[in-house]
Design a protein around this ligand. Structure first.
Ligand code: DON
Length: 560
């Protein structure tokens, strides 16, 4: 009954909705790429201008990020792509890393069963089998329209001419310099510190890319590059073998699709938790009309927080690699279950996280990433989040090949109940097993409104990805912001455990925070390195595109 009343109210309110916000970000008529670096967005756009489609541009942008943004862009990591073609077809590609065959459940524990610090995060022992090269070749095989050599050529040119070091990049390299040298020794390319304005060139990477352009996917998984890579990782004490590389495959999967009011959201399915968790959050808040108030009022913050708290508790317990565990998606995403999860919610006080556990489900049996969004001149859309996990991944840099390797193994739950580097606590569903993919929070998302493409959006930020993406969508849809304004707007986060709301420091009013404290919320305003870094595109009513490039990084929208 309650839902029928809210539904009627929505129709009435919807009838007099205000006109969409005027754009404040870059507006272009035909096509756009928004990514973490201008150089990468420009290469994506160059491919589009040569007649390529969004999928061709995805390949160029992904590789260019490995050059211009090695902090997260990668050949040695993995990611997820959600797409929507101009005919409305949607799908998702999983090129997530997986555990090597030598991996086992207790591989990061000492003899007393305690997690050994650093083993899953630093150096060769934390590296998962990379998926990025398999991903781009699979995208090309399925949807590519221009030859791979032609797509890779401008990236090789970028590697050879070099990339200008920005202020933010210099600061990041400085911050992680000691770790990089500790892992790689003094002979690594990064030993020579770079300053703002220097040009960074990676000759070894140019050679690797030339071999990949010539020999294709096999070069990386069974060719010369594979041999160098497997030998290097093993020499450094890691587990990945030539067989692990040879056995890697990217997988097409069914995205998570759900409606929120008159939006239709298409997002990433397991092994990412992103789609399931935003689906739960949106469905939990839907009956309360979150837009009926101010975007940073105590009421808005409270409603979102309580939904996130409950959704993350489910995420951490139920989700893992669907090829290894049964995930009760039909129950977790059913309206009855979601309504029941919110039964304990009240605007009068916080629900302590210790009172929240995973929901009752009867089952048959169980810091660094980057996002880019692309819309092409044909109306195809691609939303991709790709990662090395930590900043520069495991910090292990293969000088001979010219790229960093991930530390994605830390996204597994090394031991039930012990938090990973994002403070996420996992359970059996995300325990380590040979060949298994580790659970992710990446949330590449595409949204339709009235059956038409409306937004392409996503973010890095570890566990904060999901809340950053959800808030950006709500800022535009419920609070009538432009794409750029929504991306700029300060964000907050709650992930069940630890039981605290994390705020971007200095951005939320004291009055609101006091009101929340009075209701029992714990507030954390210490500077977290990243509260998401959202790159999105909004399609305006005349069909032109508005970019939202995150001011928190060097992110840039380019288009025509
Ligand atoms: O897949 C995941 O959820 C993490 N490996 C993402 C890491 C990340 O976003 C780090 N960026 N700040």
């Amino acid at each position: 009954m309650r839902r029928i009343i809210y539904g009627l109210l929505f129709v009435l309110v919807g009838a007099c909705t205000e006109t969409p916000a005027e754009p404040t970000g870059l507006v272009t008529k035909n096509a756009m790429v928004v990514s973490a670096r201008e150089e990468a967005s420009a290469i994506g756009v160059e491919i589009l201008q040569r007649g390529g489609n969004a999928f061709d541009a995805m390949i160029g942008t992904e590789l260019a990020l490995a050059v211009a943004y090695p902090f997260a862009g990668n050949l040695g990591g993995g990611g997820f792509m959600v797409y929507r073609k101009n005919n409305g077809d949607v799908g998702a590609l999983d090129y997530r890393e997986k555990a090597p065959m030598a991996a086992h459940k207790d591989m990061y524990l000492d003899s007393s069963g305690a997690v050994i610090p650093g083993l899953s995060t630093k150096g060769a022992t934390g590296v998962g089998v990379p998926g990025t090269i398999a991903g781009i070749f699979e995208v090309h095989r399925q949807f590519g329209t221009i030859p791979m050599e032609e797509i890779i050529a401008p990236v090789i040119e970028l590697v050879e001419t070099g990339v200008r070091v920005t202020e933010k990049q210099a600061a990041r390299l400085e911050k992680y310099w000691e770790d990089i040298i500790e892992i790689n020794g003094d002979n690594t390319l990064f030993y020579n510190k770079c300053k703002v304005g220097d040009t960074l060139r990676y000759p070894a990477l140019a050679n690797t890319l030339k071999r990949i352009a010539k020999n294709g996917r096999e070069e990386f998984y069974s060719g010369e590059t594979a041999k160098i890579l497997a030998d290097f990782i093993q020499l450094k004490g890691g587990y990945i073998t030539l067989e692990d590389l040879d056995g890697y495959e990217a997988k097409w999967r069914q995205p998570i699709i759900f409606n929120y009011k008159d939006l239709r959201l298409i997002s990433m399915c397991p092994p990412s938790s992103g789609g399931v968790t935003i689906n739960q959050i949106f469905k939990m808040i839907e009956p309360y009309d979150i837009g009926n108030g101010e975007h940073h009022s105590a009421r808005t913050l409270q409603l979102f927080t309580e939904a996130a708290r409950r959704a993350y508790a489910d995420r951490n317990y139920f989700l893992g690699d669907p090829d290894f565990v049964d995930i009760p998606l039909d129950i977790l995403l059913s309206q009855g279950y979601i309504d029941e999860r919110m039964d304990s919610f009240s605007f009068s006080h916080a629900t302590p996280s210790e009172d929240i556990h995973e929901g009752q489900v009867i089952m048959a049996e169980h810091d660094e990433t980057t996002h880019y969004s692309i819309v092409d001149q044909f109306g195809n859309a691609v939303s991709v989040t790709t990662t090395l996990n930590g900043a520069y991944g495991s910090k292990l840099y293969c000088d001979e090949l010219g790229f960093f390797l991930n530390n994605e193994m830390d996204d597994f739950s090394a031991k039930p109940g012990v938090p990973n580097m994002f403070g996420l606590i996992g359970a059996e569903a995300n325990s380590i097993a040979p060949g298994k993919r580790m659970l992710s929070s990446m949330t590449p998302t595409i949204i339709e409104k009235d059956g038409k493409l409306w937004m392409v959006v996503g973010s890095p930020g570890g566990s904060k990805i999901i809340t950053a993406v959800a808030q950006t969508i709500l800022y535009v849809y419920e609070f009538n912001m432009s794409m750029q304004e929504a991306v700029n707007t300060p964000r907050f986060h709650h992930q069940w455990l630890p039981d605290e709301i994390v705020f971007e420091p200095g951005e939320f009013s004291e009055e609101t925070k006091d009101e929340l404290r009075e209701k029992g919320y714990i507030i954390n305003e210490t500077l977290t390195p990243i509260m998401g870094k959202v790159d999105g595109i909004r399609i305006l009513s005349d069909g032109s595109l508005e970019g939202g490039a995150d001011r928190r990084g060097d992110d840039t929208a380019v288009g025509f």
